[in-house]
Design a protein around this ligand. Structure first.
Ligand code: F0G
Length: 410
C-alpha cells in the first residue's frame, strides 16, 4: 500500500512542490508559484456507474471536488451542458465524429460558472466578505452572479471599452462594483493580484485553485456523455486557466482508473493574442508576454496568461498542439456554426472550430473524433453578431410584408 494512500487532499505549489493545508486561504506559494489541489487516493473507488446515479450537472462529480463536507454549495445547476453532434459541418468536411460541447447553456452563459460555483462555495466557507476578479467579461459576469447568491460583495476590474456589451450588461445587472482600467486584461489582473496580496479582497481569477476544481468537470462530462475518450479536445485559450483545468481533470480520470487513454489538446489562440502559440513553436517553457494583444475575440484578448506555463506543459504532455487563427477565420467559423448547425457562440468559442478547420488533415485526421468546447453564448457579444450580413427587407405595412413573402416563396 502506498504511504500516501490516506494522505489528506492538499494544496501543492506547482513550482517548488511545497505543501499546504487544503483549507488555507492562500492563492500563491511563498515562492510565487501557483497552487494546485491534489486529491488523495480514496477517489480510486469511484466508477462511472456511481456518478450516473446522480443528476447530470457538475455536482455529479462531487467526489472529485474536495470541498469540506459541511460546505454550503452555491449552485444554479451549472454544468450538464449539451454535447451537440455536428450534422452539417462534419458531413461537409468528411469528419467522422465532431461534437460541440455547448458551455453557453450554463446559468450566466459561459463555462466560467463551473469554476465559480466551486470557488464561491469555498469563499463563502471561508467567510469572505469581498471577492474580486480581473476579466474580459465572462469571469466577471459569472463571479458577480455567484457572489450575489452567496451574499458576498463582487468587485470587478475590466479593460475599459473592451468588454462585449452582453457581458458588461450582466455585471451591471448584478450590481458589481466595476473598475474600468485604461489598458488590457493583463493590467486588470495585476490590480487584483496586488489587492489580494494586500489582503483587500479574495481573488476569484483562475489562479485560485478552487476555480480549477470546478472547471475540470467539463472533461468529466465529455467522457461521461461520449462513453469514451475523444481523440481531440479543441478549445480557445486566453489566460489558460481552462485548459489547465481540463488537463488536470483528465489526468485525474486516468489516475483513478476511470479512463485508459487521454485525448490530445488542440489549443487555439487568436493570431493577435498568441503568446502561447509563439512559446509552443519556439519550444519555450515560459511564454514571452505580448504587450498589446488585439483580436475581435475580446474574451481571449490576453498577452500575459497567468497559467501559461501549465498550459504549455498540458498541451505537450497530451501530444497536442497550440495553433493560432485569424480574426476573419474566427468570424467565418462563427457564421458556419450558426448557419449550418444552429449553434450560436461568441467569437472566442468560434476560434476553437476555426482551429480545427485550419489543421484538418495536417494535424487532426478525418477519422479521429473531435470535441470542440464552445465556451460562451452568442448573446454575449451582440455587436459582433450584428456585423454579419443578412437579408433585411423593410415593409411599410402588413400588405407589403405579405407581398414580400409571396415574392420570396413563389
Ligand atoms: N472562451 C471564453 C468565452 C472566455 O471568456 C475565455 C476567458 C476563454 C475562452 C479562455 O479561457 O482564460 O481560461 O484560457 N475569459 C476570461 C474572462 C479571461 O475574464 O472572462 P482561459
Amino acid at each position: 500500500m502506498c504511504c500516501d494512500e490516506y494522505a489528506p487532499n492538499r494544496l501543492v505549489c506547482t513550482k517548488c512542490g511545497k505543501e499546504f493545508n487544503l483549507l488555507e486561504k492562500r492563492i500563491v506559494c511563498d515562492c510565487g508559484g501557483l497552487l494546485e489541489i491534489r486529491l488523495n487516493k480514496s477517489a480510486s473507488k469511484l466508477s462511472w456507474n456511481s456518478f450516473r446515479k446522480r443528476k447530470f450537472n457538475l455536482w455529479r462529480y462531487r467526489d472529485l471536488i474536495p470541498l469540506p463536507k459541511d460546505t454550503t454549495i452555491i449552485t444554479m445547476g451549472e454544468g450538464g451542458t449539451p454535447l451537440i453532434s455536428s450534422f452539417s459541418i462534419s458531413k461537409e468536411l468528411g469528419l467522422n465524429e465532431f461534437f460541440i460541447k455547448f458551455e453557453g447553456s450554463n446559468p450566466t452563459g459561459s463555462f466560467k460558472d463551473r469554476g465559480m460555483s466551486v470557488a464561491v462555495s469555498f469563499a463563502n466557507y471561508l467567510g469572505v466578505k469581498v471577492v474580486a476578479c480581473a476579466s474580459t467579461g465572462n469571469t466577471s459576469s459569472s463571479m458577480s452572479a455567484y457572489a450575489r447568491r452567496a451574499r458576498i460583495e463582487p468587485v470587478i476590474v475590466v479593460p475599459k471599452n473592451k468588454v462585449a456589451k452582453g457581458k458588461l450588461s450582466q455585471s451591471i445587472l448584478y450590481g458589481a462594483t466595476t473598475i474600468a482600467i485604461e489598458g488590457n486584461f493583463d493590467n486588470a489582473l495585476e490590480v487584483v493580484l496586488r489587492a489580494s496580496s494586500l489582503g483587500l479582497i479574495y481573488p476569484l481569477n483562475s489562479i485560485n485553485p478552487w476555480r480549477i476544481e470546478g472547471q475540470k468537470t467539463v472533461a468529466f462530462e465529455i467522457v461521461d456523455e461520449l462513453n469514451k475518450v475523444p481523440d481531440w479536445i479543441a478549445l480557445p485559450v486566453g489566460n489558460a486557466g481552462n485548459i489547465s483545468a481540463i488537463w488536470k481533470g483528465l489526468l485525474e480520470l486516468k489516475e483513478f482508473g476511470l479512463v485508459k487513454k487521454l485525448p490530445k489538446l488542440l489549443a487555439v489562440q487568436a493570431s493577435g493574442a498568441a503568446p502561447l502559440v509563439n512559446a509552443f513553436r519556439k519550444g519555450l517553457e515560459v511564454p514571452e508576454p505580448i504587450n498589446e494583444p488585439e483580436t475581435i475575440a475580446t474574451a481571449i484578448r490576453i498577452g500575459n496568461p497567468a497559467s501559461g506555463q501549465r498550459a504549455l506543459k498540458a498541451v505537450r504532455e497530451s501530444k497536442g498542439c497550440f495553433i493560432s487563427v485569424k480574426d476573419e477565420e474566427i468570424i467565418r467559423a462563427q457564421k458556419l456554426l450558426a448557419r449550418y448547425e444552429g449553434i450560436g457562440v461568441e467569437p472566442a468559442s468560434a476560434a476553437a472550430v476555426a482551429g480545427i478547420l485550419n489543421v484538418l488533415e495536417d494535424i487532426v485526421r478525418k477519422d479521429e473524433s473531435v470535441v470542440a468546447i464552445a465556451t460562451g453564448h452568442a448573446l454575449k457579444d451582440p455587436d459582433v453578431n450584428s456585423s454579419h450580413e443578412y437579408s433585411l427587407l423593410n415593409a411599410l405595412n402588413i400588405d407589403e410584408a405579405v407581398g414580400l413573402l409571396r415574392k420570396l416563396t413563389t
